[in-house]
Design a protein around this ligand. Structure first.
Ligand SMILES: [Zn+2]
Ligand SMILES: [Zn+2]
Length: 177
C-alpha cells in the first residue's frame, strides 16, 4: 500500500534518478534514464537521448534533499526550486492514474514536467511525513538514497541487500564480543 497514492510515483522516481546520476555504481546513460521513466509511469516514450543532460542535472540538484537532516534546510531548498521551475498546476485525467494534478505548463517538455512533478511530490511528502521517509542508505559504504512510501515507513536502507548485509555484520560483531 502506497501512502500517498499516485504521488508516490514522483517520489520514487526522484530517488531512482538521484541514484542513477550521483552514485558510484549509478548508470546515467540515456537507456537507464528511459528505464527509470518507464518504471515510474512517466511518458518515457517522449524521452530523447538529448534530454539526458537535463535529467542528470536534476538528479544532482535533488541529491541534497535526500541528504538533508533539517526541515528548515529542505523547506528553503524546495521553496527556491518552486520559484525557479515554471509551474502551471492543472487537472489531468489519463491512464494509469485517473484524475490527478499536473504541475508544469501543459506545453512543457518531458524533462520540465518531470522536474515539476517530482518537486511537488517531494514537497507533499514532507508536508505529510516530514523528513522521516527519505534519506541516504544506512549500510556501510553505500551511497544510495531511498524514499519510503510504505505505510509503516521505517525504512533505513536502499534495498533488502543492504539491510541484510548490515544485519549480518551486526550479528557477527555481537558474537565476537
Ligand atoms: Zn498525468
Ligand atoms: Zn544501500
Amino acid at each position: 500500500m502506497r501512502i500517498t497514492g499516485y504521488k508516490s510515483h514522483g517520489v520514487a522516481a526522484a530517488a531512482a534518478l538521484v541514484n542513477a546520476v550521483t552514485c558510484a555504481d549509478g548508470d546515467d546513460s540515456p537507456a537507464a534514464l528511459r528505464r527509470i521513466l518507464r518504471e515510474h509511469e512517466f511518458f518515457w516514450h517522449e524521452f530523447a537521448d538529448a534530454d539526458a543532460a537535463d535529467f542528470r542535472h536534476w538528479g544532482r540538484t535533488l541529491r541534497p534533499f535526500f541528504e538533508a537532516d533539517g526541515l528548515a534546510e529542505v523547506m528553503a531548498m524546495l521553496n527556491g526550486l518552486m520559484l525557479e521551475i515554471p509551474m502551471h498546476p492543472h487537472l489531468a485525467d489519463h491512464e494509469p492514474h485517473g484524475l490527478h494534478m499536473h504541475y508544469a505548463p501543459p506545453s512543457s517538455r518531458l524533462a520540465e514536467r518531470f522536474r515539476a512533478t517530482t518537486l511537488m511530490n517531494l514537497a507533499e511528502l514532507i508536508v505529510e511525513h516530514g523528513l522521516g521517509r527519505t534519506g541516504v542508505c544506512a549500510a556501510e559504504g553505500c551511497d544510495h538514497v531511498y524514499a519510503d512510501t510504505s505505510r509503516a515507513g521505517r525504512r533505513r536502507f536502499c534495498s533488502e541487500g543492504c539491510a541484510n548485509r548490515t544485519n549480518v555484520a551486526a550479528f557477527r560483531a555481537r558474537r565476537r564480543e
